[in-house]
Design a protein around this ligand. Structure first.
Ligand SMILES: Cc1ncc(COP(=O)(O)O)c(C=O)c1O
Length: 361
């Protein structure tokens, strides 16, 4: 009966399949010693400053949070050298993706994104009864030329995931600028930079430059990845104040909880912790590249904190690793049936992954 009551757009959505939670795998397999490399989390854990801030704020959780994240917005504005009116905070970048869809997409409008790319774009578009226009990658990288060609008079949004999840590749300045120059008026680029702090490529564009130059760009960033606050849910968007004003309209009154606001503020202060996160990722990436090459296993070089590793069969390899206590992400869910997506972990976790892969292969 509720299926009949539900909106068809809702029933069309396949529920998001998250990386398997540790507890569930422990229960199912009776394994104690598990390694989770499935959700692109920061293996170092949060900054001690963020943990202390959460402890301090715990006694305040009977109060509603600051609805506009005032102090955090000021801190971000100072750091990013933009006006506070350019910033909107949300319950994770996911929340802001949904908000962009709610604010701009009417039924029948179109949104362009890459395939495969971050799956939340498709869900957000579907929910609005809008049309998803999915443009295949070129190799493993976003094909911004074809994405521009896919724009029609009904297109309102283009989601550019840079670096792209699940492939880890990034587009450079020239390609992004060509896209921005080609777009007709009335199309907004949602530039998702969730993994930007991990990028090593000097040609990686800073989305804020394009906001400053007046292009129709909404930059999305998150505290879930290098800031290691995924469990608290907080991200932010940066765009022209008029656009931020539009996004504020459909949002919930208190989207970001008290603890998340305090932890994010504290985390911004801990540059050393962020540097450690980057160093761990760089070292882990080099180790994985070397180990996989030694074993003749192909992979896709990455700009993020995860990488695609070639296997014969995504599901079989996932199950085999799971039995050995290593949780990764089978990439068949993204249409890549001969790849696993593995998050770069701590040195010992990366070693466990490589050994388990070699044993099970
Ligand atoms: C590309 C991309 N954007 C956004 C998000 C969501 O981030 P948040 O945890 O801030 O909702 C993720 C999380 O995996 C992601 O991979």
């Amino acid at each position: 009966m509720y299926s009949r009551l539900a909106r068809p757009a809702v029933l069309d959505i396949r529920p998001y399949e998250p990386g398997k939670p540790l507890e569930e795998v422990r229960r199912e397999l009776g394994l104690r010693d598990l390694v989770k490399l499935a959700s692109n989390e920061n293996p170092l854990g949060p900054s001690p400053l963020a943990v202390a801030a959460v402890r301090r704020a715990a006694g305040e959780i009977h109060r509603y949070p600051d609805p506009v994240c005032h102090r955090l917005t000021l801190a971000l504005a100072e750091r990013l050298e933009v006006e506070p009116s350019w910033i909107i905070c949300g319950n994770g970048a996911d929340d802001l993706i949904r908000l962009a869809a709610e604010a701009f997409l009417d039924p029948g409008d179109e949104a362009v994104f890459a395939d495969p790319s971050f799956i939340t774009y498709r869900y957000a578009v579907q929910l609005m009864n809008a049309r998803s226009v999915a443009v295949p990658l070129e190799g493993f990288t976003l094909d911004l030329g074809r994405m521009a060609e896919a724009v029609s008079p009904r297109t309102k949004l283009i989601f550019v995931c840079n670096p792209n999840n699940p492939t880890g590749t990034a587009v450079g300045r020239a390609a992004l600028e060509r896209l921005l120059e080609r777009l007709p008026e009335g199309v907004l680029v949602v530039l998702d930079e969730a993994y930007r702090e991990y990028v090593a490529d000097p040609d990686y564009p800073d989305g804020l430059d394009y906001v400053r130059r007046g292009y129709p760009v909404l930059v999305l960033r998150t505290f879930s990845k290098i800031h290691a606050l995924a469990g608290l849910r907080i991200g932010y968007g940066v765009a022209a104040p008029e656009l931020i004003g539009v996004l504020r309209r459909p949002r919930q009154p208190f989207p970001v909880n008290v603890l998340a606001q305090e932890a994010a503020l504290a985390s911004l202060e801990d540059a050393a912790h962020l540097a450690r996160g980057r160093e761990n990722n760089d070292a882990g990436k080099e180790f994985l590249y070397r180990s996989l090459e030694e074993r003749g296993i192909a992979y896709v070089p990455t700009q993020a904190n995860f990488l695609l590793v070639r296997v014969d069969d995504s599901r079989a390899a996932f199950q085999s690793l799971l039995r050995r206590g290593v949780i990764v992400r089978p990439a068949d869910a993204f249409g890549l049936s001969d790849f696993l997506r593995v998050t770069i972990g701590l040195p010992a976790e990366n070693r466990r992954f490589v050994e388990a892969l070699a044993e099970g292969g």
